[in-house]
Design a binder for this molecule. Structure first.
Ligand code: SF4
Length: 335
């Protein structure tokens, strides 16, 4: 009998017998290796503003070319992109049967260059489970002097994070709730995600932003406060809290009210994380970037995480506040 092989793409580290798929469904032991089903067959390619990732401290005001293959290693009942991530989705059969068009890595990079965007983003589904395709593109992107951004649930194995770090310049990591929340709603765990967040936050050459979708009636303010302390201790500088809308298997819960999000943002603010932002909200209160040194508004104009940034007159020069010269976390200009 052929020996089992272990996939090290995420911390599940599935041990797979010949022909067996991992819990993500897209990594399969075939022959003498583990293949990614749907490699080079994207389910989505689009040009977005960086703000839509959301990334507010990594080249705001610039566009990015976003790409996704099918798949995810979590089973979040509230998934906003379940049609391209969850195995129950009708699209999964098309992936298994190889019915999607192939887009080779070189073609993706050509699209990036012709779009004029300086950043390639791996996003929408979970790039950890298709990191082989991501890294093949990311290497070419680097060769052209351009940048890479990954939007992820942060469930790296230790070895996959080390493999990915040299090629990815910016991360937005979803930190979803406490351990019980991960166990009940996601089929995942918080601690390995916090470990990855701590590792990435310690690196001066990376930009890290964290996002939490706040579900009223499930997340409590105590949970937000505790999470804020954990993220602060992990070295996080930018935290987005966004409003939940009913999706997928969580349609029986109402959308999060503006009022509850506001309270959650106030809790988050007490964590002393330097930059706190609201997402999926009509309110402008938590959209601006303020200098942590002098409170001057440096960037405004973001609505629903999609609007382009507007840089105020004082704004940011060489990574510093134009008014008091305090250093502002992130990357705000191209070399
Ligand atoms: S990506 Fe994760 S869930 Fe999928 S096979 Fe590999 S270790 Fe298992």
């Amino acid at each position: 009998m052929a020996p089992r092989l272990t996939c090290d793409f995420c911390y599940h580290e599935c041990s797979l017998a010949q022909g067996q798929a991992g819990s993500c469904g897209v990594r399969v032991h075939q022959g003498d290796s583990i293949r990614t089903i749907g490699y080079a067959r994207p389910v989505s390619i689009a040009v977005d503003p960086m703000e839509k990732k959301p990334m507010y401290h990594f080249l705001p005001g610039h566009n990015t070319l976003s790409i996704a293959l099918f798949g995810c290693n979590y089973t979040c009942t509230f998934c906003q992109n379940h049609s391209i991530s969850q195995k129950e989705s009708a699209l999964f059969n098309s992936i298994i049967n190889g019915r999607l068009e192939e887009v080779r890595c070189q073609e993706v990079v050509k699209m990036l260059i012709s779009s004029g965007a300086p950043v390639m983003s791996y996003t929408y589904s979970e790039p950890i489970v298709w990191q082989d395709y991501m890294l093949d593109i990311a290497r070419l992107v680097k060769e052209h002097g351009l940048l890479n951004c990954m939007v992820t649930n942060g469930s790296f194995s230790k070895s996959s994070l080390e493999r990915i770090l040299p090629l990815i310049d910016a991360f937005n990591i979803d930190v979803k709730g406490d351990e019980e929340f991960y166990h009940t709603y996601c089929g995942g765990r918080l601690q390995p995600v916090l470990d990855a967040v701590t590792n990435i936050a310690s690196r001066d050459d990376k930009v890290l932003e964290v996002t939490t979708m706040v579900i009223e009636g499930v997340h409590t303010l105590d949970m937000i406060e505790t999470l804020g302390r954990q993220l602060h201790d992990a070295g996080v500088k930018v935290w987005h809290l966004s409003r939940f809308f009913p999706h997928w298997k969580m349609r029986d819960i109402n959308e999060t009210s503006e009022r509850f999000l506001e309270k959650a943002l106030e809790c988050a603010f007490r964590s002393d994380i330097e930059f706190i932002y609201g997402g999926n909200t009509m309110s402008n209160t938590w959209q601006a970037t303020k200098c942590p040194g002098c409170d001057t508004i440096l960037v405004t104009g973001r609505r629903y995480g999609t609007g382009a940034s507007h840089f105020t007159a004082e704004s940011i020069t060489d990574g510093h506040c134009g008014n008091c010269h305090t250093s502002i976390y992130g990357k705000f200009g191209l070399p």
